[in-house]
Structures are given as structure tokens and as C-alpha cells.
Design a protein around this ligand. Structure first.
Ligand code: IMP
Ligand code: MG
Length: 332
């Protein structure tokens, strides 16, 4: 069995949903897996001219693939069931959706506690509290919830009884700057958003084929940390033109120029093989080609210069990385 991974190089919202969808459409996968976070994420997917925003269920469901919520995830049974109903009502066949029996459950108590958060600016989905209880060894797992019984699977069996010709696609959630260890702590989420985090679900390095690292041509962040400098008309335009509003919480995403230092760290730590830079058309429309290197803004002045700079990054990282640019909202 081989697995391709889609992970995010920034603070989420770089278009993983779109990348995952086009890979599922164009390549032959047999399984699709989520392995970190819960319904804090919102993956925007256009399928048969409908816009879907999925929070729990891997995008493999749109193609009838075995779509697994892995052991590294936390799951809110209520929003999971709601999502199943919504997808089924829209004509999507959900019988291939599975949950690892040992994924942890987000409880009403977790939601109550997270509702009071003002410090981090969480999505208020009880994510931190569910992971806290998991590590305190006081958590409840999917196998303990009768309602989830019919969806349970053993992720070890999924992986190690797969045939040689099976191919998995791992759909990451959140992004490198939100990683519990590598991100801008404490303004992070409570899971591992890296390739290593993906493997923690029960995959081996021997399964790794490609690692798609998804970026946007500029950075965004949602939460309590100050991220966007005040009174910068360019960044305000990027927010408006890029329609940078949270898919889950509808909050306005703070915008800044693409931070190259963070990008390089993510490429290194994740061993990215293919770097995808989404939403290039937004910088075209705003006509702004700035980046941040070592805390300084560098104006690359044109799209050509921007691309030359980005095309050179693989030589800095000394990996053999393919750089792919993406323009429209809907297709790669
Ligand atoms: P939590 O994951 O809800 O605890 O939120 C922690 C931080 O991660 C907050 O700043 C959230 O806005 C951010 N966050 C969590 N999930 C996502 C996501 O899918 N996209 C973007 N930001 C997210
Ligand atoms: Mg998102």
C-alpha cells in the first residue's frame, strides 16, 4: 500500500479541500483518510456544481471511496451525524464512511468549556478539551458511543490488510503554523498537523509516496493573535478580493504577506515533494507581490519575479520539490 499526503504549510485555509478533490478525481485512490483535528476544520469542495463544506468526513466520500476518520482525530458525534445526513440528502452515498474505534470523542462538557474561550480564539468546537482528556487518559472513544457503532473500523486492519495496489490519500487539517509543537504556541490547535502527525495514526514511513504541501500566495490566520498589521490597504484588499472569511466560524481571516521562513520550515519538516501555491489570481488582482523574509517585507514587484523566487525555494530546501501554481477558485 502507498499513501499520498496533503498537508498545509501555513495556518490552514490554503485550499487543501480543492487539492484533495482534484487528486481524488484524477488519480486512482482506494481510501481517503483524515487523521488530525475534528470539526474545527472546514474543507470547501465543489462537487457536481454544488458547494459543500465538510468538517468531519474525508472528501473520498464524494467518490464512494472508503473514507476513514483516523485515530488521531477527535469527533463530535452530533456534527458527524448531521454531516452524514446533509451529504446523504444531497445524493452522496455515505456507506463507505468509517471511524477508527479509538478516535476520541468531543463531549457536551468539552463544548461548554470551549464556549468560554477568549484567549486563543478557538473555533469553539471543544477540540483542546477533547485532546486534553485524551492525554489525561480520561477521554471517551468512538467505540464507547453506541450511536457510532455501525461506523467503527480498526485503522491498523485498514492499513495492514490493504493490498499492494491500494492507494490511500491523507487529507490533512489545519496547518503548520497551528501545529501544537511547531506552530505559534499558544495560538495553535491541539493536534499534530504535520506529516509525522499523519503517520501517528498508524502508517509507516514505508507507505509514503508523495507529500503535497499546500500554500496560498499570501498568509491568513483566524484567532486571537495579532497577525495583520493595521492600516495596510493592500492587506485589506487581499482580504476582500480573496473573500477571506472562515468556512467554519465565518470570522474574517487576518491577512499578511507570505512568510517564507515558515514555508521553508514546513517544507523541511514535512518533506514536501510537491508545493502547491493557491490563489495566485488574488495577488494578480491586487497587484501586490510582497513576501516576508526574516521579518522584513520584500517587494518582488511582479508575478514573474514572485515565481522566480518561489521556483528557487526547492534549491534552498535541498529537496527535489515540484512547484505548482493555481489560479482559479475551482480547479487546479
Ligand atoms: P481550535 O482548533 O478550535 O482549538 O482553535 C485553535 C486555533 O486554530 C484558532 O486560532 C482557530 O481559529 C484555528 N483553527 C482551527 N481549525 C482551523 C482551520 O481548519 N482553519 C483555520 N484555522 C483553524
Ligand atoms: Mg479551512
Amino acid at each position: 500500500m502507498k499513501c499520498d499526503f496533503v498537508i498545509d504549510n501555513s495556518a490552514g485555509d490554503c485550499g487543501k479541500g480543492k487539492v484533495v478533490y482534484s487528486l481524488l478525481k484524477n488519480e486512482k485512490y482506494t481510501h481517503c483518510v483524515r487523521g488530525n483535528g475534528g470539526d474545527n476544520c472546514g474543507h470547501t469542495i465543489y462537487h457536481n456544481d454544488h458547494k459543500f463544506v465538510t468538517h468531519n468526513i474525508p472528501a473520498g466520500v464524494f467518490f464512494g471511496l472508503r473514507s476513514i476518520i483516523g485515530p488521531g482525530c477527535v469527533i463530535n458525534p452530533k456534527t458527524f451525524m448531521q454531516e452524514l445526513t446533509e451529504l446523504s440528502d444531497a445524493g452522496i452515498d455515505c456507506k463507505s464512511v468509517k471511524i477508527a474505534h479509538n478516535a476520541h470523542v468531543i463531549t457536551e462538557q468539552h463544548l461548554c468549556e470551549d464556549a468560554d474561550d477568549t484567549k486563543i480564539g478557538t473555533t469553539k468546537r471543544g477540540i483542546g478539551q477533547a485532546y486534553r482528556d485524551k492525554y489525561a487518559r480520561t477521554g471517551i472513544r468512538a467505540q464507547d458511543v453506541p450511536q457510532l457503532k455501525e461506523y467503527l473500523c480498526d485503522f491498523y486492519e485498514e492499513v495492514f490488510s490493504a493490498s499492494d495496489s491500494d492507494t490511500f490519500l491523507y487529507e490533512g487539517a489545519q496547518g503548520f503554523s497551528l501545529d501544537i509543537d511547531h506552530g505559534t504556541y499558544p495560538f495553535v490547535t491541539s493536534s499534530h498537523t504535520t506529516l509525522a502527525g499523519a503517520l501517528l495514526n498508524g502508517l509507516s514511513y514505508k507507505h509514503i509516496r508523495k507529500v503535497f504541501g499546500v500554500s496560498k500566495a499570501y498568509d491568513t490566520y483566524v484567532g486571537a493573535m495579532k497577525f495583520q498589521p493595521d492600516n495596510n490597504p493592500e492587506l485589506i484588499s487581499i482580504q476582500k478580493v480573496g473573500k477571506e472569511i472562515g468556512a467554519t466560524t465565518k470570522r474574517i481571516r487576518q491577512c499578511n504577506y507570505l512568510n517564507i521562513d515558515t514555508l521553508i520550515k514546513s517544507l523541511n519538516v514535512n518533506g514536501v515533494s510537491d508545493l502547491i501555491i493557491n490563489k495566485m489570481d488574488i495577488l494578480q488582482q491586487v497587484n501586490c507581490w510582497k513576501i516576508i523574509v526574516n521579518n522584513e517585507i520584500i517587494d518582488l514587484t511582479s508575478e514573474d519575479n514572485f515565481k522566480s523566487y518561489m521556483n528557487n525555494i526547492p534549491t534552498i530546501v535541498s529537496n527535489n520539490i515540484k512547484v505548482i501554481y493555481s489560479y482559479s477558485e475551482k480547479n487546479i
